[in-house]
Design a protein around this ligand. Structure first.
Ligand code: PMP
Length: 457
């Protein structure tokens, strides 16, 4: 722990830093939190208080846990040798990580580097648009996205955002993005269940395609499991039908693995739970577990081939660049991150501990009237809170936040979903590091149990 006094740091932060996602008025009466150190699942704040982080850095990122010296060393060695070169040149870790990553993604073939999840998604959107111009006279340019899904913070990705509160003050948005219905059976839009529900929710995508005109739709972008929009695991029957629809109308399937990617659900990628064959896979957070900023837009060779174009025309290529796509720290960290997941058997641990965590959360739904539904896959779980169990009326946001605050007071950092639809910001989010132990899982769910009892009685 830092043994020096951090008062000056806290004051510098309060005076000069514009924090993400927070109403700053609160800092007049309460110090901003500064996280100063981390080890495993533990983090310490400026006052030396230890917390167990059940959301991997607040937003599903630190998959291998804090304090990994081997990643720091890999990055250090790489930076001293060669830190950065951009443009059309490659790098040693960039080549080695791409090769290694693709061994985990049969059917995928090319890795395009960027720095954030939003940017990786923008790359895929731009590729879709360029394909529309190159091959379809500009017509197949529309990109479908799903209600409650999130794909990023830029104006392009916000235009593909199924959470109205995220974009309501940022219009006008980019044209050419069209919403399809969500697939959460707990808040059913059709009077069906299980596999039939999944097929029906996918059919709703086809209805949108037919309404828009299949010759205008270039791609469908979906999270394998919706994250911030409510931890929504699609029902059986959904994905096979989605794939079938995309093939039927020659629509490229873009899977946003920014949260689910790199082990979070117990497989390398979330889509691999469902036997889908995507055309684009985007990833960011867990790629280097937050040890460096890196994201990837991965495509098939068939997509890459569409850009080969006229070898004699110097402008006939994907006309895009990211300055910091040339940083070598990202792929160096990502390579070591992947090795850790493999050598420490973290996919298996994710499956075992994920089952344990989901089991505990399901038990809470039997014990607490407010615990409506527990959902999840691997170490990616949500607990939807309700005001009324019978009607499933959502618990109000203030009460959900009070449960999160009570867990925090008891030393466990949890997340909660965004306002995915009006009045729907009522799901607790859990995504501990993939190294989590049985004792830690038990302690985290025990804390939620106590917090629910304290706050909601
Ligand atoms: N896609 C998904 C599914 C996300 O959850 C996020 C971020 N929470 C993003 C994309 C955007 O990633 P970033 O914040 O790195 O731009």
């Amino acid at each position: 722990m830092y043994d020096n006094d951090l008062t000056a740091v806290v004051e510098a932060d309060r005076s000069h830093v514009w924090h993400h996602m927070v109403q700053h008025a609160g800092f007049a009466s309460k110090d901003p939190r500064i996280i100063v150190e981390g080890r495993g699942l533990s983090v310490w704040d400026q006052n030396g208080r230890e917390f167990t982080d059940a959301v991997s850095g607040g937003v599903w990122t630190v998959n291998v846990g804090y304090g990994r010296e081997s990643i720091a060393n890999a990055v250090r060695d790489q930076l001293i040798r060669m830190n950065y070169f951009a443009g059309s040149a490659g790098s040693v870790p960039g080549a080695l990580f791409a090769e290694r990553l693709l061994t985990k993604m049969p059917g995928m073939s090319r890795v395009y580097y960027a720095n954030s999840g939003s940017e990786a998604n923008e790359k895929a959107f731009k590729m879709v648009r360029q394909i529309a111009h190159k091959r379809h006279g500009g017509r197949k340019h529309k990109i479908l996205f799903r209600e409650r899904d999130y794909h990023g913070t830029t104006l392009g990705t916000l235009s593909a955002c199924g959470q109205p509160e995220r974009h309501m003050q940022y219009g006008p948005l980019t044209p050419g993005f069209v919403e399809v219905p969500h697939c959460l059976e707990y808040r059913a839009q059709w009077d069906l269940s299980g596999e039939a529900y999944g097929r029906r929710a996918a059919d709703a995508i086809e209805e949108v395609i037919l309404r828009e005109g299949p010759d205008t739709v270039g791609a469908l972008c979906l999270e394998p499991i919706t994250a911030g929009g409510g931890v929504i695991v699609p029902p059986e029957g959904y994905w096979p039908r989605v794939q079938e629809i995309c093939r039927k109308y020659d629509i490229l399937l873009h899977i946003d693995e920014v949260v689910c990617g790199v082990g979070r659900t117990g497989t390398w990628f979330g889509y691999q739970n469902y036997g889908i064959e995507p055309d684009f896979v985007t990833m960011a957070k867990g790629v280097a577990s937050g040890y460096a900023a890196i994201s990837c837009c991965v495509t098939t060779e068939a997509v890459f081939d569409l850009f080969k174009g006229d070898a004699a025309d110097p402008l006939d290529h994907f006309r895009d660049i990211s300055t910091f796509g040339g940083c070598t720290a990202g792929p160096a960290a990502a390579l070591e991150n992947l090795r850790i997941i493999e050598d420490e058997g973290l996919l298996q641990n994710t499956l075992t501990m994920g089952d344990r965590l989901l089991g505990h959360l399901q038990a809470l739904t039997e014990k607490h009237a407010a615990a409506g539904e527990a959902r999840g896959k691997g170490l990616f779980c949500g607990l939807e809170l309700v005001a009324d169990r019978a009607t499933r009326a959502p618990l109000d946001e203030k009460s959900v936040a009070a449960v999160v605050a009570e867990c925090d007071r008891r030393g466990v950092i949890l997340g909660m979903t965004n306002r995915s639809l009006p009045g729907l910001n009522n799901t607790l989010c859990l995504s501990p590091a993939l190294t989590v132990t049985a004792d830690q899982v038990d302690m985290i769910s025990d804390t939620i149990d106590r917090a629910l009892a304290t706050v909601l009685g």
